[in-house]
Design a protein around this ligand. Sequence first.
Ligand code: PLP
Length: 373
Amino acid sequence: MTTAVCPPAFPSTVTGGVIHRFRDFLPVTAATPVISLSEGSTPLIHSPKLSGLLGADCQVYLKFEGLNPTGSFKDRGMTVAMSKAVEAGAKLVVCASTGNTSASAAAYAARAGLVCAVLLPRGKIAPGKLAQAYIYGATVIEVDGNFDDCLRLVRELAQEPGTAIVNSINPNRIAGQKTAAFEVVDALGDAPDLHLLPVGNAGNITAYWLGYQEYKRAGRARKLPKMTGFQAAGAAPIYYNQVVPHPETAASAIRIGNPASWLGATGAIRDSGGAIDIVSDEQILHAQRWLAAEEGVFVEPASAASVAGLLRCCSPERCDRCPFRPLPLGATVVCTVTGHGLKDVATILSAGFQPHPAAADKAAVLKILEKCR
Ligand SMILES: Cc1ncc(COP(=O)(O)O)c(C=O)c1O
């Protein structure tokens, strides 16, 4: 009798992830060990309602980065940064974080077998993100200060031998993050006319702009988008062109007063003909709920900043200084929604939602449903 040997469902080599998909555009060689969780290849979701609101035959798409392995866009850069850290012989990786970088760093360090220390501003991290850092085994250090203080400390720590910094000041992070722009072009067949995204430390807007330019140079795209960033009104150093010593916003992921990639962001905005603008916390939280209730896409507050800006420009009174009007007829617009809504549910649960109590019988449930129709 012969015994059939089933081939493994997946080959043992890495088959997914941004390094696998975009190797030729990334700073890796055959000698680089690939630390991947099959990040990237996130969906570009058409938004019929945002398209309709914008009018003029414009089409709006959401690049849903919350569907990365740790629930945010950070994984794209983390796979490259962590792979290069292992290649360089690092034993310890460190980062400052408003939450998502720490979750991502902790996961990829676990995968790589490296020790990971994350420095977080005390009391300012969404519980879901903190839980991620703990469960992936990072050493969580709560700093008595804000994100900018944490980043200063991390820069100092990175001078210790065998230590790699995995914040977006590490160019390998930016290199990995630019792959989101490649995916947008691959999905649409060209770059969009306008790309909107939230801005905190400003690494992502910098990375997208690099990605779009690189893909155009490689002949994969014919045009370049106008890059438009949105900051929370209480944490808007780029918009006001001055450091904000005590940034405040409900969108904790972008509560940053002195962005490390400030120059990268202003370069992207200037060279693309885009803009930087602000949205209030109220507009951000409204956009978060609107996106979930109208389009079925649940994102964390910071991620809704770009949609908040878009919604404001679609409102009947249309802001007179809307950063991206007029749009060409039939323009393609992409909003990056950077992180998953499940990471930060405290604001939602404290917003007064209440279940309808019901007896355990059909009539009682039907009575409630009648009122909902
Ligand atoms: C969910 C989310 N959106 C947006 C941002 C801002 O990205 P960047 O710091 O690259 O500007 C962050 C940064 O932590 C984030 O976690």
